[in-house]
Design a protein around this ligand. Structure first.
Ligand code: SF4
Ligand code: SF4
Length: 151
């Protein structure tokens, strides 16, 4: 039962206010000021997929082997290619990746023999439509372009 003297003197209220006041030191504030300040991401975090290209020629590193698609338990990767009659190699024509179904397990990345497919540390992948969650080759090569917020 509440002590009537404490109730009269508002002791409990003052104790609560003192606790709140004590924790106002900037060093104790843990709220992340996202999106103004981007949080650090763990080294092994697996986020937005990326289809890597050669840094000098900008040609895709993907050899259209389809191993990533076969490794994916969700079967959300579709690799399309056509045989080049001159080089006898398969040229990548499109690559789609349904991020809405991805569980970021990394099996596709591990299956890729040429490190073309990579799960990056980008985490801003929200869209306004379901269709926007299906990334095509261009988006996979360029990466997401998150909105920059200013204050
Ligand atoms: S991370 Fe896993 S679920 Fe996502 S595409 Fe790769 S293999 Fe499939
Ligand atoms: S495993 Fe790698 S090289 Fe093969 S299709 Fe997938 S991304 Fe391309």
């Amino acid at each position: 039962m509440a002590n009537p003297i404490n109730t009269f003197l508002l002791t409990d209220l003052l104790k609560g206010l003192w606790t709140t006041f004590k924790n106002q030191k900037p060093s104790l504030v843990v709220t992340e000021q996202y999106p103004r300040e981007r949080p650090p991401v763990m080294e092994r975090y697996r986020g937005a997929p990326r289809l890597n290209t050669h840094p000098e020629t900008a040609e895709t590193l993907c050899i259209s082997c389809n191993l990533c698609a076969l490794a994916c338990p969700e079967q959300l990767i579709v690799v399309t290619s056509e045989r080049n009659p001159e080089t006898r190699r398969k040229d990548l024509t499109n690559f789609t990746y349904d991020t809405s179904r991805c569980m970021f397990c990394g099996l596709c990345e591990d299956a890729c023999p040429v490190d073309a497919l990579e799960l990056t540390q980008d985490f801003e992948m929200a869209t306004f439509t379901r269709e926007g969650q299906i990334w095509d080759r261009q988006m996979l090569e360029e990466g997401p372009l998150p909105t920059e917020y200013r204050h």
